[in-house]
Design a protein around this ligand. Structure first.
Ligand code: FMN
Length: 191
């Protein structure tokens, strides 16, 4: 076994799955932001817990409406997702009209048409911390590309086809471990 040493607090080398949260603003426009502090909980049924740091449009919208979407980020979506993670939603021009946005059938929240797995969530409880806030959410609906539900195809083939992106060390990684660029880089390839 390799020797272990104590290092400054971080979650480096602990990959996280990425989601774009879709929320509705007061004036009716949709907002999208990129998030990785997202995990699951059990309370008699599967639920979601997540943390939003600092004040931002996504947080305002979730506090006001409770309902929002979490859209799995894939390689195809990465440039757009990276943009959502680096642009301020308080600017009403953040989400332009050329982005394929639909409405969640259960809750009406904005969702990304091109994400293959989408949770429609309701934040039912939250704990404000010193700077961040932890939210506990009920899953009101799960939307999944039909191909993902075909049990005759091996699961590694189904997940390989959608190619979810993970992140650690401020770097994006493909499903098979390829470096897809540092935070803020993939957005440069967007028109
Ligand atoms: C890779 C990546 C992961 C992020 N994860 C989180 C997160 O889990 N929680 C958070 O509060 N902000 C996170 N952010 C920052 C938000 O995406 C950023 O504040 C963004 O502006 C939020 O969108 P909004 O301004 O439209 O609300 C992340 C950013 C990047 C690039």
């Amino acid at each position: 076994m390799a020797e272990k040493i104590s290092v400054p607090v971080s979650n480096d080398f602990c990959p996280q799955t990425l989601f774009v949260y879709g929320t509705g603003c007061e004036d009716g426009r949709p907002d999208f932001g990129l998030f990785c502090w997202f995990s699951y909980l059990w309370d008699g049924e599967l639920g979601v817990m997540m943390c939003i740091g600092d004040e931002k449009q996504t947080k305002d919208n979730i506090r006001k409406n409770r309902y929002f979407s979490a859209n799995l980020v894939t390689e195809k979506l990465l440039p757009l997702a990276d943009y959502f993670g680096n642009a301020d939603g308080r600017n009403p021009e953040k989400v332009g009209g050329d982005i394929a946005v639909e409405k969640g059938p259960e809750t009406g929240v904005p969702i990304l048409r091109d994400s293959p797995v989408v949770f429609e969530l309701e934040a039912v409880r939250s704990f404000p911390l010193k700077e961040g806030e932890v939210f506990f959410c009920k899953i009101r609906n799960v939307l999944m590309d039909r191909n993902l539900t075909d049990a005759s195809v091996p699961v590694e083939k189904r997940i390989g086809a959608i190619a979810p992106v993970s992140t650690t060390c401020e770097t994006y990684f493909s499903w098979n471990g390829k470096n897809l660029g540092g935070w803020g880089e993939p957005a440069h390839s967007m028109k």
